[in-house]
Design a protein around this ligand. Sequence first.
Ligand code: ADP
Length: 184
Amino acid sequence: MTRLIFLGPPGAGKGTQAQILAEHLHIPHISTGDILRQAMKEQTPLGIKAQGYVDSGELVPDQLVQDLVEERLDQSDAKSGWILDGFPRKVTQAAFLEELLQKIGQGGERVVNLDAPDDVVVTRLLSRGRKDDTEEVIRRRLEIYRNDTAPLIDYYSDRQKLLTINGDQSQEDVTHELKKTLGS
Ligand code: ADP
């Protein structure tokens, strides 16, 4: 049973690596960013509420993402494991998740900290060209990462759940290091 949380700055390659690994392990890749973007595209109530935050690089309110994660982990395909990408993004969300996993009996999760320096992630994001990948919004997302998300590295390290992978290498080399570290 594999349950993984992917942590790291925007542009570190979380989405790409989480997708590859999820296919390899036949478990769902659950990206809160992807779910929010889909909801925005379909203009669902969730999408409408999230839009302004996502477009400006702010975090959407905890309650919105927490509800969507709780709902998603309750679906049948999540019973055999999962990779969470983009959640939790702050200590309050991590505390919520800890409690949720205990409640639904889905413990044993490990956390992959995919690390890459600022100049590398900025270059990658600028060439990706998503709507929220303008220079100003990227700067804001990195600031939020540093202030709100990076403290999760210590949070999970204290709980002996943290694995760190160097994201500043080729996509293939990251995948290789990841599989080797996870023993899969
Ligand atoms: P990246 O990691 O490249 O910045 P994501 O696709 O993970 O991008 O997230 C895009 C946006 O979706 C974030 O900037 C934020 O507005 C919103 N978002 C995603 N996950 C969360 C979360 N756990 N809490 C709050 N907002 C979130």
